[in-house]
Write a protein that binds this ligand. Structure first.
Ligand SMILES: NC(=O)c1ccc[n+]([C@@H]2O[C@H](COP(=O)([O-])OP(=O)(O)OC[C@H]3O[C@@H](n4cnc5c(N)ncnc54)[C@H](OP(=O)(O)O)[C@@H]3O)[C@@H](O)[C@H]2O)c1
Length: 177
């Protein structure tokens, strides 16, 4: 059982522009034929836990990117678009309760996504693996991946892969205390 993060950041640690935009993620030379490991990663997980802001952004895509069951965390979202009702469910609550609920439903490996959502899981020390791909751009200031964490946590470096001589994807595993 693992809670995993697979996310892309700017060199200065941001996950989106101030307006939430992620267009810079696609600005990689010669990237047409690679998903940089995303589909392989998707095969390893059982369900996706998304923050509501990330889900809002996904709804603006002209395709739906997930092949696994999605749980959107939100205390404000009231409904899911009709076409996604069998694929997406709204949940609310503390991250440890969300994990407990999903384990009881038979989901073992959870992909946790969205800045505030990841930070909430980190605060409760619930993340086991973090895979970060860095893109060589400085965004200046916007939505940070890691913010206001008060509890120190140690991770072991597993591997780093360089793509297109531009992207650097590093895989870290939480060290047990
Ligand atoms: N670079 C990348 O790879 C990447 C990946 C993912 C997302 N992004 C970007 O990151 C931005 C979104 O990140 P974000 O930090 O704004 O937020 P987020 O984590 O996507 O969404 C935050 C919202 O999720 C809900 N939430 C989180 N934890 C909850 C809990 N335990 N219980 C109930 N609700 C909970 C709350 O929604 P309510 O206010 O409705 O209660 C909260 O306001 C988007 O712009 C997206 O494009 C980038």
């Amino acid at each position: 059982m693992s809670n995993l993060v697979f996310i892309t950041t700017s060199l200065d640690g941001f996950i989106a522009r101030k307006n939430g935009g992620i267009d810079w993620l696609n600005d990689i030379p010669n990237s047409e034929n690679s998903d940089f490991g995303f589909n392989e990663f998707m095969k390893r997980i059982d369900a996706i836990v998304l923050g509501r802001n990330t889900f809002d952004l996904v709804l603006t895509f002209n395709y739906y990117p997930y092949i696994k069951q999605v749980f959107v965390l939100s205390s404000t979202l009231k409904s899911i678009p009709e076409r996604l009702k069998s694929k997406v469910e709204i949940l609310t609550g503390e991250p440890n309760k969300i994990v407990e609920l999903l384990i009881n439903r038979g989901y073992k490996n959870l992909y946790i996504d969205g800045g505030k959502t990841i930070q909430g899981f980190l605060r409760q020390e619930l993340l086991d693996k973090i895979i970060i791909t860095r893109i060589p751009i400085l965004l200046g200031s916007s939505i940070l991946l890691f913010n206001n964490l008060t509890n120190e946590q140690k991770f072991e470096h597993i591997e780093t892969v360089v793509f297109n001589n531009a992207l650097v994807r590093s895989h870290y595993k939480k060290l047990l205390k």
